[in-house]
Design a protein around this ligand. Structure first.
Ligand code: MN
Length: 329
């Protein structure tokens, strides 16, 4: 068993004793964030415990097919009282936005995650960095809690597994990952549908943005990156995240050791998405700049102009590449 039974029992007992549970996830949510959040919602529904699902800016249209998508709201409701808070896929409480920060009278927190940089900020912590998605952590937990995995829960869990593994292609995918995916399909999750909607489909505006960003691609000392200013992004009508797929594309450039996309999401706020392949580790770069994540996929936010952010990031990444290359020699 990957999870200690005592931890699974404690989480189950705390949920059963709760009257109203708040479930939150990280800002700029991805498929694992929405999948985890709605999967926990499905389990709370099954256990007949009232719940609120909240994340800054609410649901992303890409994931509107998820069960309970209509229950995902923007931010917490400060008038409601929560006696239990569950955070999913949240590497740090700083990453949980106002949905978490605005909660008055903070209740006990169950922190369920798979980021190696998670500082175990919860009252109960279930952090398994060896697993490729928070949804896979949840699946193992649900099994040990004795949850019946219905088609709705299976759809949510498989969404997070598919998106965080880029369709079961990342180095942390294990035989167990595929075993779970198989069980979820048997429970009613539609893998081709999920892969199409959660992973493959791209709005034209994203490719328009990628075209512009790739036009200014830079490659120095084994570090490859692209950047878009706030003006460039808004001119192309791209408010969404939209560059996760581009980061992954750059992370597979054969001649590069580390890759990044920089997006100025608000004037002076630059969101950085980092990628690499083993044996390199981009989380070192993200952590040095106040962010976090996984060895091969990390992120951080730099408060500067897009030019200043590029300079800082390139210096930090190139130094990390030199250090890691020397350590491998
Ligand atoms: Mn995740």
């Amino acid at each position: 068993m990957v999870i200690k039974q005592t931890i699974a029992d404690e989480i189950k007992e705390r949920i059963m004793a709760a009257r109203h549970v708040l479930v939150v996830t990280h800002v700029n949510p991805d498929g694992d964030a929405f999948g985890s959040m709605t999967a926990v919602g499905g389990v709370l529904k099954q256990m007949e415990v009232d719940f609120t699902l909240a994340v800054d800016k609410g649901m992303d249209a890409r994931f509107s097919y998820l069960p309970l998508a209509d229950r995902v709201r923007d931010g917490s409701n400060p008038r409601e009282e929560y006696d239990l808070l569950i955070t999913v896929d949240g590497s740090h409480y700083d990453r949980l936005g106002y949905s978490y920060a605005d909660v008055r009278d903070m209740p006990p927190v169950i922190n369920i995650d798979h980021h190696g940089t998670n500082p175990n900020f919860g009252t109960v912590n279930l952090v398994l960095p060896q697993l490729p998605s928070a949804c896979e952590v949840l699946y193992e937990l649900f099994v040990q809690m004795g949850v019946e995995i219905n088609a709705e829960i299976a759809t949510s869990v498989l969404t997070g597994m598919v998106t965080d593994t880029l369709g079961f292609r990342t180095p942390n995918v294990k035989p167990r990952t595929l075993e779970i995916a198989s069980a979820l399909m048997a429970a009613g999750a539609d893998l081709p549908f999920i892969t199409m909607h959660a992973l493959n489909l791209q709005p034209f505006a994203s490719l328009d943005l990628w075209r512009m960003m790739l036009g200014n691609m830079q490659f120095e000392d084994d570090f490859i990156w692209v950047a878009a200013s706030y003006d460039e992004r808004t001119r192309l009508g791209n408010e969404g995240s939209g560059s996760g797929g581009l980061s992954s594309l750059l992370g597979n450039v054969k001649e590069a050791k580390m890759a990044a996309t920089l997006s100025e999401v608000e004037p002076g706020i630059v969101r950085v998405s980092l990628r690499c392949r083993p044996p390199f580790d981009v989380s070192e770069v993200a952590v040095a700049l106040g962010g976090g994540g996984h060895p091969q996929a990390s992120g951080c936010t730099i408060h500067d102009t897009v030019e200043g952010a590029q300079q800082l990031l390139a210096e930090t990444a190139k130094a990390a590449i030199r250090r890691q290359t020397a350590a491998l020699a």
